[in-house]
Design a protein around this ligand. Structure first.
Ligand code: PLP
Length: 396
């Protein structure tokens, strides 16, 4: 079979989530879905908010002529303006539609941005633990991923980032609220990053972009507010989507927003539009663009996610699992009780608990729990976690 050797290698090297998902399917056939505790996928089980369904009904009943045609590769002006208005209100900066490109999700947005800014062998700093696709996305556009560790509580390690910067550094990807850790970076650390980059740019002579990957921006707990990267870093670009906040991952709708403070903004916009086109996305889905324009202030029920976080965090820490308490997203990233995280995940599987080893996120010694699943399944899983902890001789 003549597939690319490089792709064949990538497929075998990064298939943890897929492997565990397939294992879940197998176990569900044997034990029934209520007895399999599948914490592997970041695929929200929630339905989109009622306002989405209303808007969908409305447009189906009163179609707009030409609504399924191609449009400007950047997206509909009114949708981009709706996004820009929210960002302007949040940041106090003068966003308008010329700062926004509608995309096929955050994944599409990341590829468009990386294609637009990278020359071959340019370096992109990613922070460990990281969303596994970053390495592939960077490689798609001939860049080189440079992995920098976060601190022991998964916050930004500014001096480690500083040491990793070279004259070839083109961008840093940050992701807050974070997948897989659930950590939210505070304004002070983001401002420190902004100061570091201005200082370093003066020395190395080229611009370093911060690409802030924010699909979980609205999933944030305990009354916290997410600091805007635009108020902390001058050359910042946000990539995001409505996959998680409106529970629309299959609809592939997201956007790129870049700072109005950016120099040569027109050139960047031209590059983003060109790359959205030539990567074959052409434009973000037309129907979804029309719908999300009016839904920028809507979201799924966040209180439900916070309750699930609390159930798992409280019960698992009581059993002796060690973890940073997540402040957002819908993931927990505890320390593996066995030194080998893959061995631990296999031990959990024997109790029908499906997890993803930290190795899959560049962080061996941990495991990830995705709790965007039914609360009852979470409650049903607790006795299985207790048996597992007992079997491993865990004590508080
Ligand atoms: N970035 C992070 C950190 C994610 O967790 C995900 C999806 O799980 C994405 C990007 C891609 O999301 P989408 O392309 O559905 O917007």
């Amino acid at each position: 079979m003549a597939i690319s050797k490089k792709i064949a290698k990538s497929i075998t090297g990064a298939s943890w989530i897929r492997k565990m998902f397939e294992e879940g399917e197998r176990l569900r056939k044997i034990y029934g879905s209520e007895k399999v505790y599948d914490f592997t996928l970041g695929n929200p089980e929630l339905e989109p908010p009622a306002a989405f369904k209303e808007a969908l009904k409305e447009i189906a009943l009163k179609p707009v002529p030409g609504m399924h045609r191609y449009m400007n590769n950047a997206g509909y002006p009114e949708t981009r303006q709706a996004v820009a208005d929210v960002l302007a209100a949040q940041t106090g900066l003068s966003f308008d539609q010329n700062n926004i490109v509608m995309t096929c999700g955050a994944g599409g947005a990341l590829n468009v941005v990386l294609k637009s800014i990278l020359d071959p062998d340019d370096e992109v700093i990613i922070l460990s633990p990281f969303f596994v696709e970053y390495k592939f996305y960077i490689d798609n556009h001939c860049g080189v991923a440079k992995v920098v560790n976060t601190t022991k509580d998964f916050t930004l390690d500014i001096s480690a980032i500083s040491s990793a910067i070279t004259p070839r550094t083109k961008a840093i990807i940050v992701n807050s609220p974070n997948n897989p850790t659930g950590v939210v970076y505070d304004a002070d650390s983001l401002k420190e990053l902004g100061r570091l980059l201005e200082e370093v740019e003066g020395k190395v002579g080229n611009k370093i972009f911060v690409i802030s990957d924010e699909p979980y921006a609205k999933i944030i707990y305990d009354g916290m507010a997410l600091p805007s990267i635009f108020n902390c870093v001058k050359n910042s670009i946000v990539v995001t989507s409505h996959s998680k906040d409106l529970a629309l991952p299959g609809e592939r709708i997201g956007y790129i927003a870049f700072s109005p403070l950016m120099e040569n903004a027109g050139l960047l916009m031209d590059a983003l539009v060109f790359c959205n086109r030539t990567l074959g996305f052409v434009n973000a889905p037309a129907l979804m663009q029309r719908l999300v324009a009016g839904l920028q202030h809507e979201s799924v029920d966040m209180a439900g996610y916070q309750e699930k976080r609390d159930i798992l965090y409280d019960n698992l820490t009581a059993l002796g699992f060690k973890m940073v308490k997540p402040q957002g997203a819908f993931y927990l990233f505890p320390v593996s009780p066995l030194p080998d995280d893959v061995e631990f995940v296999m031990a959990a599987q024997k109790h029908n608990i499906l997890l993803v080893p930290g190795s899959g996120f560049g962080a061996p010694g941990y495991f990830r729990i995705a709790y965007c699943i039914d609360k009852q399944v979470i409650l049903n899983s607790l006795p299985a976690f207790k048996t597992l902890a007992g079997e491993l001789g865990m004590t508080r």
